[in-house]
Design a protein around this ligand. Structure first.
Ligand code: ZN
Length: 398
């Protein structure tokens, strides 16, 4: 069965828009994108889905989440410092069963779909996302998490777990998440780099999120020193680089406290920067130097992080927040981060992130009968929460 999606406006990516036309879908993939005036395909086997005065866009892509924590909404206060926050998250997590985590993943995935997200990069520390997302409509890259807190004996155990995981069959599209340079030793990072290289897996890491992390990395000092082993005595990015994890398969989440030159080094390596505007506000952080992020030339993506540090899993809201926090940003740039940027972060840019021939038919139809033209649409899409008429994954309504 072929499906022809028609709408008054079609935005194949942040930089293109045309009035009138359609998207032809077959077997879940986009076969043709027809601009106004182009001959629309016909035939008895074509189901026409006419979306009227709306716009069709690619689905939004959330580059960083922890769906297994989706039942922690409102239960974790920001705390006096990051360690206090993480202590509450760990205590809450310890009280939950595997079934609780599975339910949290499923509820979070439904919320994402309802708010226009069609694919997520999810960090999985319990196995719940790996168990549940394979049968969810939501597209995903599930990053399995590893962490040894720079303790040698834990590194040995984690490397064994990593090797067993690497050999096991996966029900989902997988990636690796060594938690971050401050919580993962050189031995474990190098083992992750090797597995990722051999199996061509994307890698997602938390990086330069807090000033405490920076202090511990550089000097082995500060509140982290009681929980962690021996500091590598270098910056987080240097630690990653030495271990083979500053490269194009790596996305770096947060980046709130980069050292001078770090952003340029990230861009040179082809790594991706991921910003989580809701989490940033939750911890009441100073805005990141977004002009420096953009000037670095690095690919940028957006994430929600988890409901332990955000009030929703809605990428529309994250786009609106980043524009409020950085009013100089052009709406098209922000929409690009939430679509193609996310696809790059997940290593799925040949399949998702825009409406093009051969790409997955992951579509969202937004309301806005009065909106006219590309600029007005991008303004609408990236501010507030534009109402959604429907979401289709690989051409099927969800
Ligand atoms: Zn995170």
């Amino acid at each position: 069965m072929r499906r022809l999606f028609l709408a008054r406006w079609i935005i194949p990516n942040a930089f293109e828009c045309f009035e009138g036309g359609g998207v032809l879908v077959e077997d879940g993939l986009i076969r043709r994108v027809v601009e106004r005036g182009g001959a629309l395909p016909g035939g008895a086997d074509i189901e026409v889905i006419d979306l009227g005065d709306r716009v069709i866009t690619p689905g939004l892509i959330n580059a960083h989440a922890h769906l297994e924590l989706s039942d922690l909404a409102g239960l974790v206060p920001p705390g006096e410092n990051f360690l206090e926050w993480i202590g509450v998250v760990l205590r809450q997590r310890a009280e939950r069963s595997a079934a609780d985590f599975d339910m949290a993943v499923e509820a979070g995935a439904l919320r994402m779909l309802a708010t226009g997200t069609t694919c997520v990069g999810d960090v999985d520390s319990t196995g719940a996302a790996e168990r549940c997302l394979g049968s969810s409509h939501l597209g995903s890259r599930v990053y399995r998490e590893f962490l040894d807190a720079h303790h040698a004996e834990r590194a040995v155990a984690e490397i064994e777990r990593l090797e067993a995981w690497a050999e096991s069959p996966k029900p989902v599209c997988s990636g690796l998440s060594p938690h971050g340079p401050h919580t993962v030793s050189g031995e474990l990072l190098r083992a992750c780099a090797e597995v990722a290289g051999k199996r061509e897996l994307p890698v997602s890491l938390h990086w330069a999120e807090t000033s405490e992390e920076r202090e511990w990395m550089l000097e082995g000092a500060g509140p982290f020193s009681s929980a962690l082993g021996k500091s590598p005595s270098c910056s987080g990015l240097e630690h990653l680089d030495r271990c083979g994890l500053l490269c194009g398969r790596v996305s770096l989440v947060h980046g709130n406290f980069p050292e001078p030159g770090d952003l340029e080094a990230v861009a040179r390596a082809g790594a991706i920067l991921v910003h989580c505007p809701g989490t940033h506000r939750f911890f009441d952080r100073e805005p990141v130097d977004m002009d420096a992020w953009v000037a670095s030339g690095a690919t940028i993506a957006l994430g929600t992080d988890s409901l332990a540090s955000n009030d929703d899993l809605d990428l529309r809201l994250e786009m609106a927040r980043v524009r409020e926090d950085h009013p100089q940003l052009a709406p098209e740039l922000v929409f690009d981060w939430a679509t193609r940027g996310g696809a790059r972060a997940l290593g799925l840019e040949s399949q998702i992130g825009e409406l093009g021939v051969g790409m997955n038919a992951d579509l969202v139809a937004f309301e806005g009968a009065e909106v006219q033209g590309r600029e007005a649409w991008l303004e609408r899409l990236t501010s507030g929460r534009p109402e959604i008429e429907g979401v289709w994954i690989r051409g099927e309504r969800v």
